[in-house]
Design a protein around this ligand. Structure first.
Ligand SMILES: CC(=O)N[C@@H](CCC[C@H](N)C(=O)O)C(=O)O
Length: 382
């Protein structure tokens, strides 16, 4: 199979990053590609801005699924690419362009060479937020084709090309977004005693937040709170009436998630009393952890260790989030990292994954799906 086509597809998709549930051009691009493949084995459905493609097997007993995400991020691209984003302020900075190119590689292969089982390739919107996996999982479109096994991958800038990494059990953390609006009283910069300054209130809150992970969470049960954005005020000589803090919480256990949220709520009460202001708290989108089915993952890892073309690493869990975890609550499966060797990491404006990884992943997934389909037991977990 010639993988250069999928590198070009990645470059095309890289130029049209779109926010979650607004992946209209991306969906059109993928549908146009699918429509020029030999159609005799393909069934295609759309769900919102997502797509489900079933490649019918010759004697299907099971459905083997692969899921890719589709959305981009609000980042101004600073790569050296000649094929940079054509959508100002948006970038594929989390590898979803590669994930989709790999998905199309799988569809292309199996459309020409179907296996006995059905293969389902899912293009899922809104992974970065507000979360497409959960509603897609609950959709009639998905439930009608619910797979027996589901796989997903995520690019890993820290590993060389040819490396994959995974582990049994928890791979990615529980997440909750965090949005807080502070409202006080604005005023003239020279009359602070007549106003309640929300830049100061929000700043105190962000500083107090730093003690939650260090003082309230069991050090053996990891947690992260990151505030990625603060806005407030209108002009340098006007005391800010409002401020907004936006962030994300990551924990390995749900107990710690509840603890962090409880502490945030307590701190906000203190800020309200101390600064005579009001606060409005919104937890936005919450994702469950990605929990790899232990038996399937162990089997995948043993199989991958026999391959010459990849090096398998047993990694630790990461505090990244992924709504693929919702699919794994209903369908056994696993996720793994794919080495793409970039000096700049995920969510960075200079992320430049090495594109040879696309071919590595397509080959690996084809081989695994063919091998897995060749197993006699109908239950794929065995
Ligand atoms: C793999 C990855 O980077 N995923 C995102 C998921 C974001 C979830 C949500 N919008 C949040 O910020 O909590 C990540 O940031 O880990």
């Amino acid at each position: 199979m010639d993988f250069t086509k999928f590198i070009q597809i990645r470059r095309d998709l890289h130029q049209i990053p779109e926010p979650g549930f607004q992946e209209f051009k991306t969906q059109r691009y993928v549908l146009d590609y699918l429509n020029q493949l030999p159609g005799e084995h393909l069934e295609i459905k759309t769900w919102r801005t997502g797509i489900l493609v079933k490649i019918k097997g010759k004697q299907p007993r099971r459905i083997i699924g692969y899921r890719t995400d589709m959305d981009g991020l609000p980042i101004k691209e600073q790569t050296t690419y000649p094929f940079q984003s054509q959508h100002p302020g948006y970038m594929h900075a989390c590898g979803h362009d590669l994930h989709m190119a790999i998905a199309l590689g799988l569809v292309t292969h199996f459309a020409h060479q179907p296996i006995d089982d059905d293969v389902l390739v899912i293009f899922q919107p809104a992974e970065e937020g507000p979360g497409g996996a959960r509603p897609m999982l609950e959709s009639q479109a998905f439930q009608a084709w619910k797979p027996d096994l589901m796989i997903a991958l995520h690019i890993a800038p820290e590993y060389p090309v040819g490396t994959i990494a995974t582990k049994e059990g928890i791979l990615f953390a529980n997440t909750s977004e965090l949005f807080i609006d502070f409202t006080g009283r604005g005023g003239h910069a020279a009359y602070p005693h007549l106003a309640n300054d929300m830049v100061v209130a929000a700043s105190h809150f962000v500083t107090q937040l730093q003690s939650v992970v260090s003082r309230n969470i069991d050090p053996l049960d990891s947690a992260v709170i990151t505030i990625g954005k603060i806005t407030g005020g209108d002009k340098q000589n006007i005391i800010a009436e409002t401020a907004r803090v936006e962030g994300t919480i990551r924990t390995l256990s749900m107990d710690s998630m509840a603890k962090v949220k409880g502490r945030i709520e307590a701190l906000l009460k203190g800020i309200e009393a101390g600064f005579e202001c009001t606060t409005a708290l919104d937890y936005g989108a919450n994702y469950c952890q990605v929990y790899n089915d232990p038996s399937l993952t162990r089997q995948f890892m043993s199989w991958a260790r026999t391959l010459e073309q990849v090096r398998l690493i047993e990694c630790k869990e990461a505090m990244t989030g992924e709504d693929f975890g919702y699919f794994l609550q209903e369908v056994p499966g696993f996720m793994f990292w794919l080495g793409v060797d970039s000096p700049f990491g995920l969510h960075h404006a200079q992320l430049e994954p090495k594109e040879e990884a696309i071919g590595v992943a397509i080959r690996l997934l084809i081989d695994y799906i063919v091998w897995k389909s060749g197993q006699k037991e109908v239950n794929m977990v065995k």
